[in-house]
Design a protein around this ligand. Structure first.
Ligand SMILES: Cc1cc2nc3c(=O)[nH]c(=O)nc-3n(C[C@H](O)[C@H](O)[C@H](O)COP(=O)(O)OP(=O)(O)OC[C@H]3O[C@@H](n4cnc5c(N)ncnc54)[C@H](O)[C@@H]3O)c2cc1C
Ligand SMILES: NC(=O)c1ccc[n+]([C@@H]2O[C@H](COP(=O)([O-])OP(=O)(O)OC[C@H]3O[C@@H](n4cnc5c(N)ncnc54)[C@H](O)[C@@H]3O)[C@@H](O)[C@H]2O)c1
Length: 480
């Protein structure tokens, strides 16, 4: 058995764990990271990067088809094999040499294997070859173990060998027919990608699509998916599932219909990877999300933060997005290093060691076609939170920039104004290429920029950013 002592131990080398370790190491504390699978985690190999790569080629081809001159130059179909090769390149064929090299360059030690707590500040790692290493932290440990796909308890589902997002993003042979259970982000993005490959997609959702967004977003995406040939089965669940000997999956819907498919993707949310971490040793329940304070310390059984235990990213269940997890990771790593040096940290909102944006200013993009890009509160959420709001809508097809972007641009924007403070609580854009203008909205929301000042942020002509001017005009120009 090996043993080693470090200032900081990070469990999980996904994108978020890498950020925790990087900030801790940059803060001058000796840092080790433990990884059971691949350095880079879900985002690099089975989530953001491969899924966006699978989407990109089809999106570009469709975009070219919407611009006269380019449209006439399209003489073939999407080369699906080439798309999959590009995805293989993007994931480095599921090898992590690049990630391992980066850890070395950042002066972070790596121990490969499965980590479990065996005592406070003590983590025991069982390596792939059975080697056991006991790591002790002089200061703190961060749990950054991420999440995995939920498989609901539906009759016949497990026996039918359903896909999770891992199977969809690492697909080697595109099926002719794909059924998808779940109308959230994964369901919508994978439906878009596979419909672009020529697969017939049946999408089953018990509500509308993208139900956490403004209602018009899900409606516009639903219409676009149907245009791509996707069959939508909304407001219905699944009764039972069976994969027969011929390999076909039969899915009985709650509304009485039956769907047949070659594969069934289950995309109904995530559960935390905390069931085999030895959390009971610390008096914490296993298999649950880890609640944290705003400097990412885990809340203990007595309701107060444990001073040496941190969590960030999916496992902390504040926001299940890479960029927001990395933000939490930077804060956790900085706080771990600073506290290791005996510093007392400010808990003021928006200060260096506090993840305030998690509460009110989360940017997110669904890479559907059209894209959905939003930040902050929807109208419904703002009203629920008790704000006095005004909702301002604008049809983006009226923009000069939109008519340059596509012959028949379809897009919609909404901003939610806090009438008492004259600042923005939330913004949603739906349309082609809106992902790239989202950060302007994030800055306006995080910066709490007064509407009267936003008039002086002049968007360039003719770009999609002119949506800002149109939204302000729709709201009304200040008279003083
Ligand atoms: C299909 C899909 C597409 C997505 N696309 C996007 C997107 O475009 N943009 C976006 O912002 N978000 C996206 N997300 C969400 C994003 O993938 C996650 O929010 C992000 O990966 C979370 O990172 P993490 O580091 O917290 O967890 P993970 O990336 O899951 O990393 C956790 C790591 O911990 C390791 N680990 C777990 N337990 C142990 C243990 N006991 N010992 C040692 N190691 C352990 C795991 O092997 C893993 O490498 C997507 C998610 C899915 C499913
Ligand atoms: N572009 C991106 O940023 C991106 C892309 C993919 C995933 N993600 C992240 O990954 C997470 C997981 O995505 P997801 O799509 O699995 O979850 P989700 O929470 O976005 O959507 C899950 C959907 O499944 C439905 N559902 C839940 N239980 C069900 C059941 N038993 N039967 C039928 N439907 C059910 C929900 O109503 C919801 O519509 C998301 O929270 C998101 O943050 C982000």
């Amino acid at each position: 058995m090996n043993a080693a002592e470090y200032d900081v131990i990070v469990i999980g080398a996904g994108t978020v764990g890498e950020n925790v370790a990087d900030r801790a190491a940059q803060g001058g504390v000796r840092t080790v990271i433990v990884e059971a699978e691949l350095v880079g985690g879900e985002c690099s190999y089975w989530a953001c990067m491969p899924s966006k790569t699978l989407l990109r080629s089809g999106a570009l081809l469709r975009a070219a088809g919407k611009v006269g001159g380019a449209r006439e130059a399209i003489t073939g179909e999407l080369d699906v094999a080439a798309v999959l090769r590009r995805r293989d390149w993007m994931t480095s064929d599921w090898t992590d040499d690049g990630g391992v090299e980066w850890l070395r360059s950042a002066d972070i030690d790596l121990v490969r294997g499965h980590a479990m707590f065996t005592a406070p500040r003590e983590v025991t790692v069982t390596g792939p070859d059975g080697t056991v290493t006991t790591l002790t932290a002089r200061h703190s440990v961060a749990v950054v173990t991420g999440s995995a796909a939920v498989l609901p308890d539906l009759p016949g589902l497990r026996e039918s060998r359903p896909w999770t997002s891992r199977d969809a993003t690492s697909v080697k042979q595109v099926p002719d027919r794909l059924a998808i259970l779940g109308g959230g982000v994964v369901g919508v993005e994978i439906a878009t990608a596979f419909a672009g490959f020529g697969t017939h997609v049946d999408l089953i959702a018990r509500s509308t699509l993208l139900s956490k967004e403004e209602p018009f977003a899900g409606e516009m995406v639903a219409e676009a998916l149907e245009d791509l040939g996707v069959s939508l089965h909304l407001h219905t669940g699944v009764g039972r599932v069976e994969r027969t000997a011929d390999g076909v999956v039969h899915i009985e819907l709650g509304n009485g219909d039956t769907i047949e498919a070659d594969e069934l993707l289950v995309a109904v949310g995530r559960h935390p990877r905390t069931s085999d971490l030895g959390l009971e040793t610390l008096g914490l329940p296993s298999g649950e999300w880890l609640e944290t304070d705003d400097s990412m310390r885990v809340i203990g059984p007595d309701g107060s933060p444990i001073d040496w235990l941190y969590a960030a990213g999916d496992v902390a269940h504040r926001v299940l997005l890479t960029h927001q997890g990395k933000y939490e990771g930077r804060i956790a790593g900085d706080a771990m290093a600073a506290r290791a040096k005996g510093r007392t940290l400010s808990t003021e909102p928006w200060s260096t060691y506090v993840a305030t944006a998690d509460h009110s200013a989360i940017p997110k993009v669904t890479f559907s076609d059209p894209e959905v890009a939003s930040v902050g509160l929807t109208a419904a959420a703002a009203e629920k939170a008790g704000h006095r709001i005004r909702v301002v809508d604008y049809d983006m097809s009226g923009l000069s920039g939109a008519s340059i972007a596509a012959d028949d641009y379809v897009g919609q924007a909404r901003m939610i104004v806090d009438e008492d403070r004259q600042v923005l609580l939330g913004v949603t854009f739906v349309g082609a290429d809106v992902a790239e203008i989202l950060h302007s909205a994030t800055i306006a929301v995080v910066g709490e920029v007064p509407l009267s000042r936003l008039w002086h942020a002049v968007p360039s002509f003719p770009t999609l950013s002119e949506v800002w001017l149109r939204l302000l005009e729709a709201y009304g120009r200040p008279t003083e």
